[in-house]
Design a binder for this molecule. Structure first.
Ligand code: AMP
Length: 283
């Protein structure tokens, strides 16, 4: 595995590889790798001739009061995992190389970014979109892999690729969970044992929604109310949002119909956790 920090050097090496007609797979990450990341990397490894993984804790996608400074960084461990997975190139740039001083061009998606996490984290998706456009320009992959864990991110990336004419296939892979169903996340290390037990209410609320829908319930307000009550009854946590949206347009549904996103974000002791499920209800 080659590790490259310089965007220029990465671009040169990758362009040579691409010229040989090889299929380039790309998995962008912020590191502190867990089994969720590894599931993307394994799928990408199986489907591409040359596999690039990036590790970059992107300052632009963190709000001023968020956890950029304390976000876990485990490059030694991560490198060992990537080596084991047979990754060809680790792109590990410095912040200054990605955001040179005076940078004033950013990428902003104007509709899908305004709901869910975009509403609670102003500027977050501007940061995500900008860094991904930069990475797509440097790497020019054939396929890029993302997790359903960050469902809204996946929808925005697909729109970005379509609207900005990138020739990149975007694949969204399922959420990998801990044994107690907590969605794996690099941020789970912030949770102590008590918080960890509280966190179970997120998936329990999603499972409740799924059961209600299976039983024929379609009224989103009432389902959201029951989810809220379940969370409140299990743990004292701060609910950021519980939403039921059309999974493609991310618009609100009054009645569940078609491909539906049920998404939850809560804070436990100031740690923000998100999770979601997709349910297909026949129209
Ligand atoms: P991050 O390092 O948090 O930016 O995540 C890098 C990629 O891994 C994103 O596409 C995430 O959606 C994906 N990812 C994170 N956690 C999981 C998980 N539990 N299951 C599947 N994919 C995940």
């Amino acid at each position: 595995m080659i590790t490259i920090k310089s965007p220029q050097k990465a671009r040169q090496l990758i362009a040579k590889t691409k010229a040989k007609g090889l299929c380039l797979g790309f998995v962008p990450t912020m590191g502190a790798l867990h089994r969720g990341h590894l599931s993307l990397i394994r799928k990408a490894r199986a489907e591409s001739d040359f596999l690039i993984v990036s590790i970059f804790v992107n300052p632009l996608q963190f709000g001023p009061k968020e956890d950029f400074r304390k976000y876990p960084r485990k490059i030694k461990q991560d490198r060992a995992s990537l080596l084991k997975e047979g990754v060809d190139l680790l792109f590990f740039p410095e912040s200054a190389a990605i955001y040179p001083e005076g940078a004033s061009v950013f990428v902003y998606e104007d509709r899908l970014s305004k709901v869910l996490c975009g509403k609670s984290r102003p500027g977050h998706f501007k940061g995500v979109s900008t860094v991904l456009v930069k990475f797509f320009n440097i790497i020019n992959p054939d396929i890029a892999y993302f997790g359903q864990k960050d469902y809204q991110q996946g929808v925005i990336v697909k729109k970005l690729v379509a609207d900005l004419n990138y020739n990149i296939k975007i694949k969204i892979l399922p959420i990998i969970r801990e044994d107690d169903n907590l969605a794996m996340s690099s941020r789970n290390v912030y949770l102590d044992d008590k918080a960890r037990i509280k966190s179970r209410c997120i998936y329990q609320s999603l499972a409740l929604a799924r059961n209600l829908i299976r039983k024929g319930r379609r009224d989103t307000d009432k389902i959201i109310l029951e989810m809220t009550q379940l969370i409140r009854s299990k743990a004292r946590v701060k609910i950021d949002y519980i939403q039921i949206l059309d999974a493609n347009s991310l618009t609100k549904l009054n009645l569940i119909n078609g491909k539906t996103l049920i998404a939850v974000a809560i804070y436990i002791d100031n740690v923000r956790l998100i999770d979601n499920i997709i349910i297909n209800v026949k129209k």
